[in-house]
Design a protein around this ligand. Structure first.
Ligand code: HEM
Length: 155
């Protein structure tokens, strides 16, 4: 079953509403990841080396959170257009390599997925519906599958 225009619209509309507040949404997303899986902190070199410095001060944290949101949005658009996720090949190779190097495993993608969905639900409670959840899930799952496939090649 293809990804519909309505599903793409749900993803893009909610992202547009959240975008104004990326800073705090990025932080909430990360805190949720570490709440579900405290061990995941160890994978981020800039956190591992940070000692007790507050997480809020890490610009890289925001970069990763925004990457996941933006790429899931792109994934939604591509799914609607072509039924497939086409991250540029070079970009996908790099993503595969960097996530293997960081020690990311399949289970972490599930943690990030749950954290992503929880973050969106809390950020746009008035928009949140089962349809919106399903659209983000599909966009994320397909993107994660493309990265995981590339991780196999990079391993
Ligand atoms: C690095 C995106 C899932 C942990 C990166 C980078 C991007 C990215 C763009 C920067 C390096 C590069 O471009 O290769 C994504 C997307 C994800 C995802 C789109 C899901 C669809 C995950 C998961 C984890 C994770 C599940 C583990 C909890 C990391 C770590 C780095 C990284 C540790 C290296 C950070 C650093 O060394 O500065 N990711 N990521 N990512 N990602 Fe992800």
């Amino acid at each position: 079953m293809g990804f519909s225009e309505a599903q793409e619209e749900l993803v893009l509309r909610s992202w547009k509403a959240m975008k104004k507040d990326t800073e705090s949404i990025a932080l909430k997303f990360f805190f949720r990841i570490f709440e579900i899986a405290p061990g995941a902190k160890q994978m981020f070199p800039f956190l591992r080396d940070a000692g007790d410095a507050p997480l809020e001060n890490h610009p890289k944290l925001k970069t990763h959170a925004v990457s996941v949101f933006v790429m899931a949005c792109e994934s939604a658009t591509q799914l609607r257009n072509t039924g497939d996720v086409k991250v540029r090949e070079a970009a996908l190779k790099r993503l595969g390599a960097s996530h293997v190097k960081a020690g990311v495993a399949d289970a972490h993608f599930e943690v990030v997925k749950t954290a992503l969905l929880d973050t969106i639900r809390d950020a746009v409670p008035d928009m949140w519906t089962p349809e919106m959840k399903a659209a983000w899930e599909e966009a994320y799952d397909q993107l994660a599958a493309a990265i995981k496939e590339e991780m196999k090649n990079a391993a």
